[in-house]
Design a protein around this ligand. Structure first.
Ligand code: ADP
Ligand code: MG
Length: 431
């Protein structure tokens, strides 16, 4: 029989014959071991690892323990959480990489980003509650803005918080590797209160970085430190990211940011134009919001263009002036989304026919798609109400108005319909 202290060592040797090097490195080597009256106590660094090991390897571990000639019991627990080293003062030269302009005050809330913002606020009030908080959505929808908002707020509260784009994280790691400073690298991250990492889709395919990130990230969880991540996709959809990381990501809270609806786009434009010192009229704001419906970055870019041109030419920002300034963009947009396209996509989405949508049929299966399509035409195209009415089998403009009101009401009352609206806009924008 093997001497007690060496049992686990022997077991790992046996396990390494049946498990891959990677499995050993990820799951088995991090286990600590204690021997007691009741048997061998294995200690996983966190609950996540414990659960995974239980599922995947526990049986093999038992077999191996039996093989090395002991009839000791094996148990698997989570190592009691080590108290973080008392974080003293924030060291000199400590960089948070935060952009002061991106904060909660400058973030305009709307239906599309409400949940994400609420989750960010709860992270500030109760760090560690959702860990990790994972914010995902298309480009230019405010993910980076929210990360900085969290960071700025926590920075005010003297928390150690760092914002990093995932590419920068990888760069820092490569530098640390090259200078044999991996220990300092790890220590730095593990001593943070909150780590904000942007655009983690960049980790996809970078094995070594994924591994280091995973360990850093687990260590932060251990210490109950908050991690907030953003990505352009839901974890399961990221290709080239290891499964164990994906499953870890879905553990905390996942919130999606959708493209802003018309009202929110208008509110964003008004807030940004005020901030630029050139407030625009509601008329101009609506015009811009209707014509630029993809994302906030574009909305902002075009607003800046209008404001800059107006200063340069010393003109007021009237509707005419705005149309002129953005003429190239507008003609492009008009080519892009038409009444016919909206009808086609909406009919398809609801599995009905365009001809029914244009007919006088009134059963519910057809009225919802019809109202939805009309509302979308009002929101997304430049057509007047009468011409939208015309496009729907010669209906009156009041019918279009009614349909639009109806959809606004339904979107507020029925989350499925709100989601339908978002989905159809998405299909229209992305083909
Ligand atoms: P993402 O990281 O999702 O690609 P960003 O956070 O970089 O998007 O947002 C793009 C631009 O739009 C930034 O200038 C940001 O400040 C602005 N922005 C996005 N959402 C909002 C919002 N809800 N309110 C105010 N500004 C916003
Ligand atoms: Mg971003």
């Amino acid at each position: 029989m093997v001497e007690e202290k060496k049992i686990w060592k022997k077991c790992t040797e046996e396990l390494s014959k049946v498990l891959s090097e990677k499995e050993m490195r990820t799951w088995i080597n991090p286990l600590a071991v204690k021997y007691s009256e009741s048997g061998i106590k294995l200690l996983a660094p966190n609950k996540f690892m414990k659960d995974e090991i239980e599922k995947k390897f526990m049986e093999q571990i038992m077999v191996v323990v039996g093989q090395v000639g002991t009839n000791m019991d094996v148990s698997l627990n989570v190592e009691s959480i080590v108290k973080p080293e008392k974080t003293v003062e924030v060291p000199r030269g400590f960089r948070t990489n935060l952009n002061k302009d991106m904060n909660f005050d400058t973030f305009v809330e709307g239906k599309s980003n409400q949940l994400a913002k609420a989750a960010c606020l709860s992270v500030i009030n109760e760090p560690g509650m959702f860990n990790p908080l994972y914010i995902y959505g298309g480009v230019g929808l405010g993910k980076t803005h929210l990360l900085h908002s969290i960071g700025n707020q926590l920075d005010k509260e003297n928390k150690r918080v760092v914002y990093l784009h995932s590419e920068k994280f990888v760069q820092n790691m490569v530098t640390a590797l090259r200078n044999s400073q991996m220990d300092e690298f790890k220590k730095f991250y593990r001593n943070l209160d909150v780590l904000l990492i942007d655009d983690i889709q960049f980790f996809a395919g970078k094995e070594r970085s994924q591994e280091e990130f995973f360990h850093t990230f687990n260590a932060l969880f251990e210490y109950k430190k908050q991690v907030v991540l953003t990505c352009d996709k839901y974890p399961k959809e990221i290709t080239g990211l290891e499964d164990r990381i994906k499953s870890r990501l879905v553990w905390g809270m996942n919130v999606c940011i959708d493209p802003p609806d018309l009202e929110t786009r208008v509110a964003i434009l008004q807030s940004k134009s005020d901030a630029l010192g050139s407030p625009i009229s509601t008329e101009v704001a609506f015009f811009l919001a209707k014509n630029i419906n993809s994302n906030v970055r574009e909305l902002e870019g075009n607003l800046r263009r209008v404001v800059a041109t107006s200063r340069f030419k010393k003109c007021d920002i009237t509707l005419e002036f705005t149309k002129e300034t953005l003429a190239d963009l507008l003609s492009l947009n008009q080519r892009m989304i038409t009444i016919e396209q909206i009808q086609k996509v909406t009919a398809n989405y609801y599995k009905t026919r365009v001809s029914d949508m244009l007919s006088s049929k009134r059963d519910k299966k057809i009225t919802l798609p019809r109202h939805m399509a009309m509302a979308l035409c009002k929101d997304l195209t430049n057509n007047s109400l009468p011409s939208i009415g015309d496009g729907f089998g010669g209906r009156d403009h009041t019918t279009v108005l009614h349909a639009n009101k109806k959809i606004i009401k339904l979107k507020n009352e029925d989350s499925q319909i709100a989601q339908d609206y978002i989905n159809i806009v998405h299909i229209l924008n992305n083909g």
